[in-house]
Design a protein around this ligand. Structure first.
Ligand SMILES: Nc1ncnc2c1ncn2[C@@H]1O[C@H](COP(=O)(O)OP(=O)(O)O)[C@@H](O)[C@H]1O
Ligand SMILES: [Mg+2]
Length: 397
């Protein structure tokens, strides 16, 4: 009999009961340590249900990666929709990731398509899309609660006009029902006095909530819930959870904590043991880094990855906090050769570096005059260069 790899894999015992509960998109029912934030949102938005159409609400949620911003926004809007439904109000929620929908046009199209799924992709201006959206909401007597997620990326690229447009859309309708409310989410959202007039600005600033990093205890509570649904009974040692909470509390990042938990479980499966010991968590820490988020890097065009790889290699080589633009370009040409790609011109590379900076992937600063001449310096604030190099080479495979 030939070896049956499929049967073997199917018959293999795993420490996981339901791995999908550890995916980044899963939003648990309960969100420990965010009760206050959820209550604040409920207090602000309840008028959408008690007096539908009378007011529109806008809110900003800011905070570092992995502090539960997206999870809270999604769980909250879900509860709003259900409460509205029980009272016969047609409230819709819509979560838009502004890092993926990169222009006003795409965001507005996504909004309109929520109600007109087949609406054509081309042929209208952004303003027309918004106007049509308002019409649909009016005609069908619906309300929309919008989450603009990762809006900081968007505003860094395209400015704050989107906030202006959407706020105006609400404020211009003094005698008609208010149909649109929104929650803007980001690490920090640059509120620019040039774009937003002062009344819009002050409303937004009043409704701003900052999510703080999770403590080790908070992360422990979050993981404890997740372990119950994702793992077999007694598969995770208490010490393992403790170690993960401590490691991840350096960044206060629940996403990182959950990733460590998942990786530690994977290690147990690879070793064919039924218990996830603390050492697997420590090993997972060595293999991963909270800033290296696949969903950001995977969507970058190949030459952006090559520039990053060049910067990582150069940083590793010179062992200083920053390298010059010139050094990175030289390394970039070598890297292109290695990957069989034609290197692009200086102005193009320069633009990518600015772009990657705007996305928070790398840091740039001007060198002080004298030291190394006036040039742009490139560095990574958080990630060890060697780890970034390995990560990128893996992605470029
Ligand atoms: N209070 C919490 N309780 C349970 N899970 C949480 C909590 N906060 C965050 N998470 C989980 O951690 C991960 C990261 O949270 P997320 O909301 O995506 O963070 P952010 O949007 O701030 O980067 C998600 O998988 C989320 O479900
Ligand atoms: Mg998020």
């Amino acid at each position: 009999m030939p070896h049956d790899y499929v049967e073997e894999e199917l018959g293999r015992r795993s420490v996981f009961k339901s791995e999908q509960f550890l995916s980044i998109d899963y939003v648990p029912e309960a969100l420990p340590h965010r009760e206050l934030e959820l209550r604040t949102l409920a207090q602000s938005f309840k008028t959408l249900i008690t007096t539908p159409g009378r007011t529109s609400q806008r809110f900003i949620i800011e905070g570092p990666v992995g502090t539960g911003k997206t999870a809270v926004a999604k769980r909250f809007t879900e509860q709003m929709v259900q409460a509205a439904e029980r009272r016969g109000i047609h409230l819709h929620k819509l979560h838009i990731n502004c890092r993926i929908n990169k222009s006003e046009y795409l965001v507005y199209l996504r909004m309109l398509r929520e109600f007109k799924p087949k609406f054509p992709r081309r042929g209208h201006s952004p303003e027309e899309l918004l106007q049509m959206l308002v019409e649909v909401l009016d005609v069908e007597d619906r309300y929309l609660l919008l989450i603009l997620d990762e809006l900081d990326y968007f505003i860094n690229q395209r400015g704050g006009n989107i906030l202006y447009d959407l706020t105006r859309l609400m404020d211009d309708r003094l005698n008609a029902p208010q149909r649109l409310s929104m929650i803007a989410v980001g690490r920090n959202i640059p509120l620019d006095g040039d774009v937003l007039d002062s009344s819009i600005l002050s409303t937004l600033q009043r409704n701003l909530m900052r999510f703080e990093r999770y403590s080790s205890e908070a992360l422990y509570a979050i993981l404890e819930d997740r372990v119950k649904i994702a793992f077999e009974n007694d598969a995770i040692m208490d010490e393992t959870l403790q170690v993960i909470s401590d490691i991840a509390s350096e960044h206060g990042d629940a996403r990182y904590a959950i990733e460590l938990l998942w990786r530690a479980g994977k290690q147990a499966d690879r070793n064919r043991v039924k218990i996830v010991i603390p050492d697997y968590a420590r090993q997972a820490k060595v293999d991963t880094h909270p800033e290296l988020r696949k969903e950001i890097f995977a969507t970058l065009p190949i030459h952006n990855k090559l520039v990053l790889l060049a910067a990582a290699r150069q940083l590793k080589e010179v062992r200083s906090a920053y390298v010059t633009m010139g050094e990175v370009e030289e390394m970039y040409r070598a890297v292109c050769e290695e990957y069989g790609e034609e290197p692009r011109a200086h102005t193009q590379v320069w633009e990518w570096v600015q772009n990657l900076n705007a996305h928070g992937v790398l840091d740039t600063k001007r060198s002080g005059a004298g030291q190394r001449g006036q040039t742009t310096l490139i560095g990574f604030s958080d990630v060890p260069a060697e780890m970034l190099e390995r990560f990128l080479m893996e992605l470029l495979k």
